[in-house]
Design a protein around this ligand. Structure first.
Ligand code: SER
Length: 635
């Protein structure tokens, strides 16, 4: 029996438990109280405060499997290894072990635990960055040399630098390759793009060679480990996070940390010696379901089936983690995933509702290991099915528009008032897919000319570059400039949560929180619209607490004791044995609220009124059945 992805996950966590790591629960896909990014896209993201030096309640050695979503990868899905949703296996040292242990353990896990062929393992290290004053990582390379020597494997080194250079000179199957930006990790990428306050460091990546995949010259003259042709697949990345970007360049963080992350899907694919991640046990049953529904084969409809499987899996987890399809933020990405999946299904000839069937397969694959997802099964299915229904109605409207254009053309004596740009408009407004246009035109006896397709593709490309620019703006804006105001909104959220309970009752439970530099947003369970009196009372209570200038502090507590003593938490969050509890007031004496939370917060609630500001609720609306949403500002 080939090893399943579920077993790979289990073996990984067990292995690091044996090295004294504590398993911490996954965070939700939607980051709580982090305005800088829409999704949890790596395992380290929820750990940023601890990498920066705060004490983690579960200790210095941590591990988990973190569900991640990378929406910038949507267009890349379709090849043998990219997925928007994935699980990242992670292990961390917060100022404890460093390079030697990390590289040895990872190699041991890959070769002894899941039995990869050591001769097919290749690695990369950081070449150094003179401008930033950071040296070449010869230390990691030396450790790798020892590891390969003990395994009886050649270990030549090569300086490659950039991917362009790699494509020119080729990696020549050298065991250890040195790169620049490719081997530097921070959330914002290159060392020079990092905002002040951001941690980062050199990293060492591990790749697995698939000798049967031949280099594809489309990706460059020659192949090297970072070539995109799919011959080498990256399995994991050990970041040696010891630097902090400051106004005056890089300084060292208080601790030398290890931040390791590796894709469960890719490691599982390597473990069954498949260069195609869609063959693993967490994805293949979805493909099989699509084969069954469409009567088509994966081998002849590979891209469409990969896209559908990936997108519905992502949407399933988004729904489980509380996202609802909409035209904004996370909801927009979810809507795109679902609609794109349905469009690709047209290519397979699936025109009937099919999301429920596929979603049930996915829930079956994850139910046992993710009880929180299983528990939400019915909600997940209903959410996806609802969006499918709405989209199919929109498509109908698109068909109507299509006919109007067609008829107008015929009346005016020519065939069709439609060209590639017109088709794109149908696509953009109604999600009307290209395949449908071709089909409908054909039905009316009209041929689609190659110009149509060209214009359509151009219009699409223009829109893509517009949306890429937009995403970039968002990430930078949040990270660099607004941390202080976000912190205030975070504290205001705690004040409001307690006030809502005082005014509405203890059934009020946090269902979601999102903070930007402009406002706080808070979702909570409550069956009906709040009256204006209730809103007024909540505002008054919060402003009173700001005036009282309570001190804010935190300490670690035993989770069960904390919950039993009435400390507030959020719906669906799972906690380890010990948690960080923030108190507004004195935890031993008089206090206003106590809440499980990772921080950060202001020191004194009075800071929220700096500049004469007052807390005000600007919106109260329904978010989903039984859940209300509030937006509030300090103004
Ligand atoms: N943060 C690193 C990554 O995402 C390793 O966990 O690759």
């Amino acid at each position: 029996m080939p090893i399943s992805s579920q077993e790979v996950r289990k073996k990984y966590l067990e292995f690091f438990k044996r090295q004294n790591h504590e398993v911490i629960p996954r965070s939700l896909l939607v980051p709580q109280n982090d305005p800088t990014t829409l999704f949890t896209s790596s395992g380290m993201q929820p750990l940023i405060p601890y990498l920066l030096g705060q004490v983690h309640p579960n200790g210095k050695l941590l591990t988990n499997s973190q569900t991640c979503l990378r929406s910038q990868d949507i267009e890349e899905v379709g090849d043998n290894r990219h997925t928007t949703f994935f699980e990242m296996l992670g292990n961390w040292s917060l100022g404890d072990y460093f390079k030697r242990e990390q590289l040895n353990w990872f190699f041991e896990f890959l070769t002894s635990e899941i039995k990869l062929d050591p001769k097919r393992i290749y690695v990369s290290c950081f070449i150094g960055n003179e401008e930033a004053g950071i040296p070449k990582d010869t230390e990691s390379a030396d450790i790798w040399t020892q590891i390969f020597t003990s395994a009886g494997i050649d270990h030549d080194q090569i300086d490659i630098g950039t991917e362009e250079n790699g494509a020119r000179i080729g990696g020549g199957d050298k065991r250890i390759s040195f790169y620049g930006d490719k081997n530097w990790w921070s959330r914002s990428g290159k060392a020079k793009d990092m905002p002040v306050g951001e941690p980062g460091g050199p990293d060492s990546e591990v790749f697995y060679l698939f000798p049967n995949v031949l280099h594809n010259p489309e990706y460059g003259d020659k192949c090297h480990v970072n070539c995109d042709c799919g011959r080498y697949i990256e399995l994991g990345n050990s970041v040696f996070m010891e630097y902090l970007k400051t106004e005056s360049g890089f300084t060292k963080l208080p601790n030398k940390n290890v931040d390791y992350g590796g894709g469960l899907e890719r490691i599982s694919a390597a473990a069954i010696d498949s260069s195609d991640v869609f063959r693993i046990s967490l994805l293949w049953p979805i493909i099989q379901k699509l084969e069954e529904l469409s009567g088509k084969k994966y081998d002849s409809h590979t891209v469409a089936m990969r896209v559908i499987a990936d997108h519905i899996r992502g949407a399933t987890f988004l729904a489980a983690d509380g996202v609802i399809p909409s035209n904004k933020e996370q909801g927009y990405v979810m809507r795109r995933l679902i609609r794109r999946a349905i469009r690709f299904a047209f290519e397979l000839g699936i025109e009937q509702n099919f999301l429920e069937d596929v979603t049930r397969v996915i829930l079956g694959l994850y139910g046992e290991d993710f009880p929180d997802v299983k528990q939400n099964s019915e909600h997940v299915i209903a959410t996806l099915a609802r969006e499918e229904k709405i989209f199919r109605q929109t498509l109908k409207k698109g068909l109507f528009e299509f006919d109007k254009m067609y008829l107008k053309g015929t009346n005016e004596g020519h065939q069709l008032v439609l060209d590639g740009y017109g088709v794109f408009k149908l696509y953009d407004t109604y999600g009307f897919p290209w395949e449908l246009v071709v089909e409908e035109a054909y039905r009316r006896g009209v041929g689609v000319t190659p110009e149509w397709k060209k214009d359509f593709d151009n219009a699409m490309e223009e829109q893509r570059s517009r949306s890429r620019t937009a995403t970039r703006g968002e990430f930078k804006g949040g990270l660099a400039d607004h941390s202080e105001i976000s912190t205030k909104y975070h504290t205001a959220t705690h004040l409001m949560y307690r006030a809502l309970r005082m005014v509405l009752g203890d059934h009020v439970i946090q269902r979601g929180s999102n903070i930007t530099a402009e406002r706080l947003r808070f979702d909570f369970s409550h069956p009906e619209k709040m009256t204006s009196e209730q809103i007024q009372r909540v505002e008054d209570i919060v402003n009173e607490q700001i005036k009282k200038d309570w001190p804010m502090s935190w300490r670690e507590e035993n989770t069960n004791e904390a919950l039993a003593s009435g400390v507030m938490g959020a719906f669906g969050d799972r906690y380890g044995d010990r948690v960080k509890v923030y108190t507004v007031g004195d935890p031993e004496g008089e206090y206003y609220s106590r809440e499980i939370c990772g921080g950060p917060h202001v020191d004194h609630t009075g800071q929220l009124s700096d500049g004469g500001k007052k807390f005000k609720i600007i919106h109260e609306e329904s978010s989903s059945a039984g859940v209300r949403r509030i937006k509030a500002v300090l103004n």
